[in-house]
Design a protein around this ligand. Structure first.
Ligand code: HMG
Ligand code: MG
Length: 300
């Protein structure tokens, strides 16, 4: 099999946005440089949101200005509104991401507006981004459950995803924000989305709170998805989803994919080094099982 999978590294944004201690821009840029050295080509590097809501992302403009410009490497940044988009354009972004939800309560808590209002806002952001020659990615959070409302109907996820797709968003990332999904619920959610949107336009964005993310990726591969978001060392969580742990670790995703015969272009040992770097900088152990197993087999 020579099937390739696109791995979108979201550690520098989703991974670090929730850290309580401030992280130097130097550290963020070095993490990104190390990810690129490991062969990572898609990196969500920044977030142009209100610093009152997410203080950790306040240095985003500087991060974007300092990241290396390397052929074949693509950066993305979150932009919830026109103010965020203007800041992203000013910082030289070529791709931005709008982020909506399939749950009203989460939408209110995360971006302070209803789903309908958010879609109106994203329409304006998307039109303006496209007029400036930028690509727009989109997220649907709470695709497999909401921290405030519990289960979320697959139809609701598909409805929001379709509106974002019709708006012209190039890729819709389906977010299991709180990691409550399992392969069965993942399949049901994807089935609803795939009736309306081609698999090539969907991405799995799974958090690993309950340890189900790798199983959910395997189920998504079976359903035809070939793009997955992940976070080196399993960094992260969402400030507006209490208890949500990090994204699935990129090391674990790459190990799964390579073992199943998919290519990613990523060098696993170098990726593990990037994970060790950021774990050291944060003063904690990696959440990647693969990184821990590789360290144990090296030392043992
Ligand atoms: P609001 O308070 O309704 O906004 O927040 P507003 O338009 O009324 O403005 C209030 C203040 O914020 C003003 O400043 C604006 O200038 C400022 P003040 O006059 O008070 O000094 N402001 C901004 N500043 C910088 N950048 C901006 C911006 N917009 C307004 N873009 C808003 C609405 C969307 C801004 C706010 O709710 C917000 O920033 N939310 C972001 C929350 C967030 O980043 N959450 C984490 C990311 S989502 C996630 O992690 C899930 C995901 O990974 C997928 C998954 O896992 O499911 C994507
Ligand atoms: Mg996330």
């Amino acid at each position: 099999m020579n099937d390739s999978v696109k791995v979108v590294e979201v550690g520098p944004r989703d991974g670090l946005q929730n850290e309580s201690r401030s992280i130097e821009v130097d550290t963020k840029v070095e993490l990104i440089e190390r990810l690129i050295a490991a062969g990572v080509t898609h990196i969500e590097a920044a977030s142009f949101v209100s610093p009152k809501w997410v203080p950790q992302m306040a240095g985003s403009a500087e991060v974007m200005r300092r990241v290396p410009q390397v052929r074949g490497v693509h950066y993305s940044a979150l932009t919830p509104n026109l103010k965020g988009l203007e800041a992203a354009i000013e910082a030289g972004c070529e791709e931005v991401a709008v982020f909506g939800a399939a749950s009203e309560s989460f939408s209110q808590r995360n971006i302070n507006c209803s789903i309908r209002e958010s879609l109106e806002r994203f329409g304006v952001v998307t039109d303006s981004a496209k007029a400036h020659g930028l690509r727009v990615r989109a997220y649907v959070s709470c695709a497999l459950g909401c921290p405030y409302e519990g289960p979320v109907p697959p139809e609701k996820v598909a409805e929001v995803a379709l509106l974002l797709h019709e708006m012209g968003c190039c890729e819709i990332a389906l977010g299991d924000t709180i990691g409550r999904g399992n392969p069965k619920s993942t399949r049901a959610m994807l089935e609803a989305c795939l009736k309306r949107i081609p698999a090539a336009r969907l991405a799995g964005h799974y958090h690993d709170t309950y340890g189900m993310a790798i199983a959910n990726i395997a189920a998504s591969l079976d359903m035809g998805l070939r793009t997955f978001d992940s976070s080196v060392a399993g960094l992260g969580g969402c400030p507006y989803a209490a208890g949500a742990s990090g994204n699935v670790a990129t090391e674990d995703v790459v190990y799964l994919l390579h073992g199943m015969g998919y290519s990613t272009g990523i060098d696993l040992p170098k990726l593990v080094e990037a994970g060790a770097f950021i774990s050291g900088a944060l003063g904690r152990d990696t959440s990647s099982r693969v990184a821990r197993a590789m360290a144990a087999s090296k030392n043992g």
